[in-house]
Design a protein around this ligand. Structure first.
Ligand SMILES: [Zn+2]
Ligand SMILES: [Zn+2]
Ligand SMILES: [Zn+2]
Length: 688
């Protein structure tokens, strides 16, 4: 699945039919398509002049330490020993270069920090052989799950894809039947993954030649685990737990004092020169503004300022000053004062805390490589992801991460996102487990996304996981029926609407304020999720599915009622209209809502009971709108009534005497339109 805001490479719809893509020319095609994009990721960390290594670092023996870990019987102790080790070595292994643009330098990290973990996990010094053996326990995979990097090509097949988010990676595409079909090539915005092998994504040709199904595919979860020796399983579980607990504690905290005392070295508090000012990314300030502020705050050249600004943009944060607390605070103050309207986020931390956070990010990559080795490891890792660390509040590590979006920065967030995809999403049962947790956190994730200036697009935050979950048909159905997903999503949008209500109707004022415009765009994107969720009409309806669909539908009606009659205008006579009232926003919203309404009608058309429920709810909503409408301005007869009797198609009806030439009217009447839609379906149903 890949999100809808990926870039479309093809100019016309029948693109590529005459050009056959092969392994040989695919890179050219991509390069050509991307030639215009400037590559701002030029490597700034070249020519790093390394400082002298301390004796402690030179003399450290990773093998010896690894064996010590391995022969500790008491597993509880291992966490303590590792914490002690990390407290001493992580701040020495990861240090900032004096020229901060060159970033963090890694010194002997493999030997000191990672080698001991390998030895412990694999139970031997000969880790290469152990990895070979563990690999041999794997069955050939029947799904791909390749994760797209930003700007990587994806392939969509018009003939076989269930919906436009279903895509293949290049390797799978070249080995699949779809290359002979009507396909389309896109460029991923990053974060999606290859759907090869997922029966819910394809109408036919589900597997490419690389991921062909085999006979014993219905192996139980236990079988997969039992292929690993029991002592290896035990060590893996223990190690994954320790590492994940550490990672979540370090990355998902807003306060460096919250982390365990065992990890704080002598440079944590007090008077020393090892503090650092960290500047965070936001989407409010332009490059030029940031460069200008930096040149005042740290007296850097324009060039240096530009390099720092690109670093912040790429990584989500960067160090801009190292020194004493006062020196760091001066920089922070200058930046805050000079960006007073919307202050640039900028914090002061002990240097060693940043090193530990950096290490936590590295550990995520390390774990990712390990779980890719073995299905068994991946399952053990998933189990660790749903453990709780805090006995007081029973939220899992996964939820903790999802809810900490505000404290995370781009690269950390993306590392967590990747590991979720590589663990949970590779197996339908675990994907379901994750979906439940995601749904629980959904309102908070939306709130962060909507209000945080550091996100511009969905691709930057956890919300990009929505498309992977909601477009899986069985999962979407399950989330609606068992976890009330329809209502949850609409509620999140209504929460945004509350601030835009005026006399019970949505009112958008004209604004040139970029952050308000972005907020609207971001809030609107919630509606994509709804579109994904309702995208495919189910074949069967259960009692719960109907009930929770209607729950969602009722709040959706609330949204329509807010839109019903918005942006009313009365015909102006006698004078020229100087300014058109703002109307674009409302239309933008209506366009987004349109496809959702068609999905809702499709859902209702399939099931009589659901149709009747929705019909009744719509009627009630309409009656409520009528009751609360202001009709005081209408023409009245001598009995003080505005009702006139008239005949339409031989049908006698009571009608308001409404003069469209004088009274205010609105083109937005979604509830009436929806009601008519329902009547049409109902009539069709009764005829059959
Ligand atoms: Zn693939
Ligand atoms: Zn494949
Ligand atoms: Zn196809």
């Amino acid at each position: 699945m890949d999100d809808a805001d990926s870039i479309d490479l093809s100019d016309n719809d029948e693109f590529m039919l005459d050009v056959e893509i092969t392994a040989a020319n695919v890179q050219d095609a991509i390069n050509m398509a991307l030639a215009d994009d400037d590559n701002s990721n030029s490597n700034l960390t070249t020519n790093v002049d390394l400082p002298q290594l301390s004796d402690e670092l030179i003399n450290f023996d990773g093998n010896k330490f690894g064996e010590e870990l391995l022969f500790k019987i008491d597993n509880d102790n291992i966490e303590k020993i590792l914490y002690q080790h990390w407290k001493t070595f992580v701040p020495q292994c990861y240090i900032y270069h004096t020229n901060l643009i060159k970033g963090i330098i890694e010194q002997r990290t493999q030997e000191i920090l990672f080698r001991p973990l390998d030895i412990y996990l694999y139970g031997t010094l000969n880790t290469d052989d152990a990895i070979q053996i563990i690999r041999s326990y794997n069955k050939k995979s029947t799904v791909c799950g390749h994760l797209f990097k930003s700007e990587e090509p994806t392939y969509f097949c018009r003939d076989c894809c269930v919906d436009p988010t279903c895509v293949l990676c290049t390797d799978c595409f070249l080995q699949s039947e779809h290359r002979k079909h009507r396909y389309k090539m896109n460029v991923s915005a990053g974060g999606g993954y290859c759907d090869c092998g997922d029966p819910e994504a394809w109408k036919q040709n589900v597997h490419c030649n690389l991921h062909l199904p085999h006979d014993d595919n219905n192996e139980s979860a236990d079988d997969i685990l039992n292929r690993l020796p029991s002592d290896l399983r035990l060590r893996a579980k223990n190690l994954f737990n320790i590492l994940l607990r550490f990672i979540i504690k370090l990355l998902c905290t807003g306060n460096y004092q919250d982390i365990p005392n065992e990890l704080k070295n002598e440079y944590w508090d007090g008077d020393h020169k090892n503090y650092v000012t960290i500047l965070f990314n936001d989407e409010v300030h332009t490059y030029d503004q940031v460069i200008h502020v930096l040149s005042r705050a740290i007296q850097c050249t324009k060039q240096e300022g530009h390099e720092l600004a690109s670093l912040v943009d790429r990584e989500g944060r960067t160090a801009i000053r190292i020194g004493t607390t006062e020196q760091c605070r001066d920089v922070q103050q200058t930046i805050r004062i000079r960006t007073a309207d919307v202050p640039l986020k900028c914090e002061i931390y002990p240097n060693s805390f940043i090193s530990l956070q950096y290490f936590a990010q590295k550990l995520l990559t390390y774990l990712q490589n390990i779980i890719e080795l073995s299905d068994g490891f991946r399952r053990i890792f998933c189990e660790c992801e749903i453990e709780c660390d805090d006995e007081l509040d029973d939220i899992t590590r996964t939820e903790k991460a999802l809810l900490s979006e505000k404290m995370l920065w781009k690269s950390a967030r993306s590392a967590l996102h990747q590991i979720f995809i590589n663990s949970f999403f590779m197996d339908s049962e675990w994907k379901k487990t994750f979906a439940i947790l995601y749904m629980k956190c959904y309102p908070m994730i939306i709130r962060h996304y909507r209000t945080d200036f550091s996100f511009l697009y969905r691709a930057d935050c956890f919300l990009r996981l929505s498309v992977q979950l909601f477009t899986t048909n069985s999962l979407a159905k399950y989330l609606i029926s068992s976890h009330n997903a329809f209502q949850t999503i609409v509620d999140s949008f209504l929460e945004y609407c509350q601030s835009k209500l005026d006399h019970g109707k949505l009112l958008f004022s004209r604004t040139t304020n970029a952050s308000l415009q972005h907020e609207f765009r971001r809030a609107q994107s919630i509606l994509y999720d709804l579109k994904y969720l309702l995208g495919v009409v189910p074949q069967e309806y259960t009692v719960e599915l109907r009930e929770n669909f209607l729950n969602g539908f009722r709040v959706f009606l609330q949204l329509l009622s807010y839109m019903h009659g918005m942006d009313k205008v009365a015909r102006q006579v006698g004078q020229h209209v100087e300014f058109d009232p703002e109307w674009e926003t409302a239309f933008n919203l209506v366009i987004k809502i349109q496809s959702i309404i068609s999905s809702i009608l499709d859902w209702c058309a399939q099931d009589k009971e659901l149709l009747l429920g929705a019909y009744e709810a719509t009627g009630l909503a309409l009656a409520e709108i009528q009751k609360t409408s202001d009709i005081s301005h209408l023409i009245k007869d001598k009995n003080n009534s505005s009702i006139v009797k008239t005949t339409v198609n031989d049908l006698k009806v009571d009608c308001y005497a409404y003069d469209v030439a004088k009274d205010p009217i609105s083109v937005h009447i979604p509830v009436v339109r929806l009601f008519v839609g329902k009547i049409l379906i109902k009539e069709r149903k009764t005829k059959n």
